[in-house]
Ligand binder design. Structure first.
Ligand SMILES: [Zn+2]
Length: 484
């Protein structure tokens, strides 16, 4: 997610020079699983890249179900702006991660379930609040797969989230007066619009088809597969062949048009925006190839086969292969969300305890990008020094240490700024060359996986030859700013 501008402005530029200001069942057939019930045993092979080892989340244990490993989501969604109604068929390829007799998913109690099948046989689910408990009709021993199909409809609504950040107090599917819709959902909120195992440790592959009225567009994460007119509607198709966590899936339905551009080494990029946003955003969007090339120089190859941005919502979010950006954000916020494609999207924290693995890296790179590309910037070392002396201690006091943030402080500036200073400390210890080799190696060697502090610390040691465990623990756990 982007950092609130007021926080970063204090450090980036010399006093008196304000940083850029910014406030913060149509199409169903193609989405049916390739396997019919009789071929369900092939699901594990077909969607092998979607395999995860889900764990309970220490911050949000009520979300997500460690017995469930969704390998693939096929979502055929119809959005009616007039009725503000979503109609969906979700086809999930599920692996039992533990022995279980049911498939429990997160799914908004507001949405009506019209029918469920497991391996082609009807099932009657139980609903408890925002949980959907589907009896499997048999014992699913560990590693057994099942094809679960859920048909549903209703008027989605955002979920309230007890957070201090103003742009995170509501999660999930937001509907506007004009019938447009945007889903932003870190740390969870996918459950407000599709049945899911809504936690970061269960990554999965996706095929999403969004049907909207003619003149509208439906944008999601992944690579755009094209659109097809069907009567007075249009179907937009999106494919994610790389595993993705639920919080990184976007949904935007609006009067959007597409602009194409080519990034480094032929990387296809698409930008989606309303006519009224073109003037204010297109020039910044067109800096994407430059920003991605700058990141590739430091982090190695961009981890996905396509990228892009959709201008929508009230924040900036690293939704996978298609960042979601509110109108008017400056280039360094784009650098932040693109940096997340390596740190957060491709390599994802196993639990929300380690959200610093996302935000610390993205913030470090955002500030470095700003320092190297914006003439108003202070030198990078001075930016870091400003954070260390001016903010780090206050942020720890207010929000907790970045490795153990206070619960209401989800995604507060402490998990951005303090770990960014830590990264600069590591850089000082090992030198530029080893530091960037370590950083790019972290992203490249762990592509498509979930990781945590222990594996990062081990990686730093393996990659640089220096054991910096004590330094890392100090910077993540200390209630006051470490002296070194
Ligand atoms: Zn971020």
């Amino acid at each position: 997610m982007l950092i609130l501008r007021t926080v970063v402005a204090l450090s980036l530029v010399a006093a008196g020079t304000a940083a850029c200001s910014s406030t913060p069942d149509k199409g169903e057939s193609a989405n049916r699983p390739k396997a019919s019930a009789s071929r369900a045993s092939n699901l594990a092979a077909t969607y092998a890249a979607g395999r995860s080892e889900p764990v309970a989340d220490p911050y949000y244990p009520e979300r997500g179900h460690p017995a469930v490993d969704v390998l693939h989501y096929g979502l055929a969604l119809n959005w009616s702006p007039k009725d503000k109604e979503l109609t969906g068929t979700a086809t999930l390829a599920v692996r039992a991660a533990q022995d279980t007799d049911n498939v429990t998913l997160d799914f908004s109690g507001r949405l009506k379930v019209d029918g469920v099948t497991v391996d082609g046989k009807p099932a009657v689910p139980q609903r408890h609040g925002d949980q959907l408990i589907i009896p499997a009709g048999k014992q699913l021993t560990k590693d057994t797969t099942a094809a679960v199909v859920i048909r549903y409809h209703g008027q989605p609504k955002q979920a309230k989230f007890d957070a201090e950040r103003p742009d995170a107090q509501h999660l999930g599917f937001a509907v506007h007066k004009d019938g447009s819709a945007v889903a932003l959902q870190e740390p969870y909120g996918a459950f407000t619009w599709y049945p899911s195992n809504d936690q970061p440790s269960d990554k999965a592959l996706y095929d999403v088809a969004i049907t909207v009225p003619k003149g509208w567009a439906g944008v999601s994460s992944g690579t755009f597969q094209g659109k097809v007119a069907q009567g007075d509607t249009t179907v937009y198709r999106w494919h994610s062949g790389d595993p993705m966590a639920t919080y990184l899936v976007t949904f935007v339905a609006d009067h959007l048009t597409m602009v194409k551009q080519t990034g480094p080494h032929g990387l296809p990029l698409t930008y989606w925006l309303r006519a009224k946003d073109r003037k204010k955003n297109l020039a910044t969007l067109r800096q994407s190839p430059k920003i991605i090339a700058w990141l590739e120089k430091r982090l190695g190859r961009y981890p996905f086969p396509s990228g892009g941005a959709v201008i929508a919502g009230n924040s900036g979010m690293e939704t996978q292969q298609m960042i979601t950006m509110m109108p008017g954000l400056p280039a360094d916020d784009y650098a932040h969300e693109y940096a997340h494609q390596w740190f957060g999207d491709s390599v994802t924290p196993r639990t929300w305890q380690d959200v610093w693995l996302n935000e610390g890296m993205a913030m470090f790179l955002q500030m470095l990008y700003f320092a190297e590309n914006d003439p108003r910037s202070l030198p990078f070392t001075q930016i870091i020094d400003n954070v260390r002396r001016g903010q780090d201690g206050q942020l720890r006091k207010k929000y907790g240490p970045p490795g153990h943030y206070n619960k209401r402080a989800f995604d507060s500036p402490n998990v951005y700024m303090d770990p960014a200073v830590m990264l600069q400390e590591i850089r000082k210890q090992v030198g530029d060359k080893k530091f960037f080799t370590m950083l790019s190696g972290w992203a490249q060697q762990h592509r498509g996986t979930n990781q945590d502090r222990a594996s990062f610390t081990a990686w730093v040691k393996q990659s640089t030859g220096k054991d910096l465990t004590a330094l890392i623990d100090r910077w993540l756990d200390s209630k006051t700013t470490p002296t070194k």
